[in-house]
Design a protein around this ligand. Structure first.
Ligand code: SF4
Length: 415
């Protein structure tokens, strides 16, 4: 049996700055929606946020709200409300928990940010199906419920190489959104402003990559669990100066940790790659469980998905199209396997954990033989754990713990 020790988390000081800018973001959105001073757009996580921001919209991301529902462990109670109006418990639990929370008139934002009574109401809903079809269905429900326009991009999927034809397709769809958005916002798109926003997104992306790359060192200065929280500004504030400023501060702190050889996990012994969605309602438990075995879960597809090297202010719309297409979730299994192989080598990984999330097949890459193929190609063992991102009824804590303990024991024997 491997011995589990008590774990004390080392606080990342930059978290305080992050909390401040996230509070400013949510209060800003609330003000936009309640005073009407600024139009509000809801956008999918890798939708055309740069365009919306450049056109003066305050941008809200329902997936971020759903993740907060998950992390605050309120999501599971919301899901039955959406099930009752015909949305299956088997579809995206971000969708069902977010719509369920709306139907119940509840948001965790009220508790975190006193004075905010509800999620800011949208003037327009803008989706990109690059990640899944669920986002379009999700926004379509709100469009009917709130009587607001829903427009978006239908993306190609399972792409091996991103070609000019793919980019032309998506770039044309982005351009086609502009007249409708100009009408809603009441302003013309300023191409210089779009270039500026794309440039800030690029800077944010580069800094976020350097933050994640800090974990290539041993001991790793941060874990996947830190990353799921610290990525907040990269998700909701990409294209802004605040996000850039925050990641500079975070990077400086992590660089100091690297110089001081200060690991996020005491006496780091094993290094794990996490493939798939986080289990939002179990972040702390999972973080403590692994750390208790001197095991650092330090790299992931999920956190790395907010790295968009394609952003280029010289070609703002085409580069947005390219960035949204190059996303891991949009790619073929062959591409994904090559990507993971490179990550395993770069982060010197001892084992991979695949999270098979019941309600998110698009982010569950363990269902079509990938773990076996990668294990044969790299010799790196893997474990599949069944669970979910937001529906904790799909999570068996005992089973997860037992399986992880056995996996760590296997990895230790192998070392
Ligand atoms: S990718 Fe998965 S978690 Fe994200 S919106 Fe789609 S189904 Fe939901």
């Amino acid at each position: 049996m491997v011995e589990e020790k008590k774990y004390t988390r080392k606080k990342i000081q930059a978290t305080d700055m992050m909390n401040e800018i996230m509070a400013d973001y949510f209060y800003g959105l609330n003000e936009a929606a309640t005073t009407g001073k600024q139009k509000v757009a809801w956008c999918t996580s890798v939708g055309p946020a740069e365009l919306l921001r450049a056109m003066g919209f305050a941008v809200q991301f329902p997936e971020n709200h759903a993740a907060i529902l998950g992390a605050t462990r309120t999501s599971t109670d919301m899901i039955p409300m959406a099930n009752a109006i015909g949305y299956s418990p088997d579809i995206c639990s971000y969708l069902t928990s977010d719509i369920g929370a709306y139907l119940k008139g509840i948001t965790p934002l009220s508790k975190a940010y006193p004075g905010i009574e509800s999620v800011p109401k949208p003037d327009v809903l803008v989706f990109n199906t690059n990640q899944c079809r669920d986002v379009q269905d999700w926004f379509a429900w709100y469009a009917r419920e709130l009587g607001v326009p829903c427009i978006g991009i239908s993306s190609p999927k399972s792409i091996h190489e991103v070609t000019d034809a793919h980019i032309d397709d998506v770039a044309q769809q982005i351009e086609a959104l502009i007249p409708a958005l100009e009408e809603i916002s009441g302003t013309k798109l300023d191409m210089e402003r779009l270039k500026e926003v794309v440039s800030l997104s690029r800077e944010c992306t580069e800094l976020w990559k350097q933050v994640l790359d800090a974990a290539t060192t041993s001991p790793a200065p941060m874990t996947f669990y830190d990353g799921t929280i610290l990525m907040g500004p990269a998700v909701v504030l990409r294209g802004t100066q605040q996000a850039v400023d925050f990641y500079k501060v975070l990077l400086a702190e992590l660089s100091q940790r690297v110089a001081d050889e200060l690991g996020a996990v005491e006496d780091e012994s094993l290094r794990i790659y996490w493939e798939g969605m986080p289990v939002w309602g179990r972040l702390r438990q999972h973080s403590e469980l692994f750390a208790g075995f001197n095991t650092a879960v330090l790299a992931s597809t999920y956190c790395s998905s907010w790295i968009f090297p394609a952003f280029d202010k010289q070609a703002p719309i085409r580069s947005m199209a390219k960035a949204y297409l190059e996303l891991f979730i949009v790619r073929s299994d062959e591409y994904k396997e090559q990507y993971i192989k490179e990550m395993l080598a770069r982060f010197r990984i001892d084992g991979i954990i695949y999270h098979d999330a019941k309600t998110c097949p698009c982010n569950s890459n363990s269902r079509y033989g990938m773990p076996k193929r990668l294990e044969e190609a790299t010799g790196i063992p893997s474990l599949i754990i069944s669970g979910d991102l937001n529906d904790m009824r799909c999570v068996s804590d005992e089973q997860t713990k037992t399986n992880i303990e056995a996996f760590i024991e296997q990895l230790e024997e192998r070392k």
